[in-house]
Design a protein around this ligand. Structure first.
Ligand SMILES: C[S@@+](CC[C@H](N)C(=O)[O-])C[C@H]1O[C@@H](n2cnc3c(N)ncnc32)[C@H](O)[C@@H]1O
Length: 209
């Protein structure tokens, strides 16, 4: 089962599971709020049921969402927080939007399904306006592992996920015209039974040229 199929099955329970596991993507808004203004456009990559975008909508942004799982998009649509939702596989590039259409891009809880993020980062840069911000989470690779990214066991969920090294992420930023602005390492999830914890890293970046 791939990362899209897995979410199709769990879509109706996703928000409750996020609550049970302590997934709080509102932190992305917390670290991006100083960059965003009412009326601006925001693309949420892997929007799922819309948890990352909800606070941005409350702040008056126009939310566009893209995701591969129709059932997740249906849940999102029922919340009426978006102006546009597209079903699309994120490995199928380019994404179906015009150059420079978005003031901001977010991506929460998605990069652990991808190893190499270079193609997606190139796409984000294409879609962002100059001065726009890009906030995303990833799972940081242990410093003892000197790879750019690796598929490793996640202690909290007990499944194999991709983790990326910070060095690799910083290189991706500079290769794609993005400037690092802010970082937060936070408790991404806690297994409700074993209490095993998963740390997530949040970067806020900006396209300056
Ligand atoms: C863990 S959920 C995160 C959802 C939301 N961003 C949040 O913060 O709650 C991951 C989302 O990524 C989507 N996804 C995973 N792999 C994908 C792919 N290859 N193409 C499109 N969407 C994908 C899934 O369908 C799911 O909605």
């Amino acid at each position: 089962m791939d990362s899209i199929e897995a979410h199709q099955e769990s879509a109706p329970d996703y928000d409750q599971q996020a609550l049970d596991w302590g997934w709080n993507p509102e932190v992305i808004f917390g670290l991006m709020y100083r960059h965003v203004h009412p009326g601006e456009t925001l693309l949420d990559i892997g929007i799922g049921t819309g948890l990352t975008s909800e606070p941005f909508r409350k702040a008056g942004l126009k939310i566009y969402g893209i995701d591969g799982a129709k059932e997740m998009l249906d849940q999102c649509a029922s919340k009426n927080i978006t102006v546009d939702l597209k079903q699309h596989d994120l490995t199928d590039l380019p994404l179906p939007y015009d150059d420079g259409f978005f003031h901001h891009v977010t991506c929460g809880g998605v990069f652990h399904f991808f190893g190499d993020l270079q193609p997606l980062f190139g796409e984000v840069t294409r879609l962002l306006k100059k001065g726009g911000s890009f906030g995303f989470t990833f799972s940081g690779l242990e410093p003892t592992n000197d790879k750019d990214y690796d598929k490793v066991l996640d202690d909290a969920s007990g499944v194999m996920i991709y983790k990326q090294s910070e060095k690799y992420m910083l290189r991706l930023l500079s290769d794609n015209g993005l400037v690092f602005r802010r970082k937060l390492i936070f408790l991404g999830s806690t297994n409700p039974e074993t209490k095993a914890e998963h740390l997530a890293t949040l970067f806020v970046t900006q396209k300056t040229a």
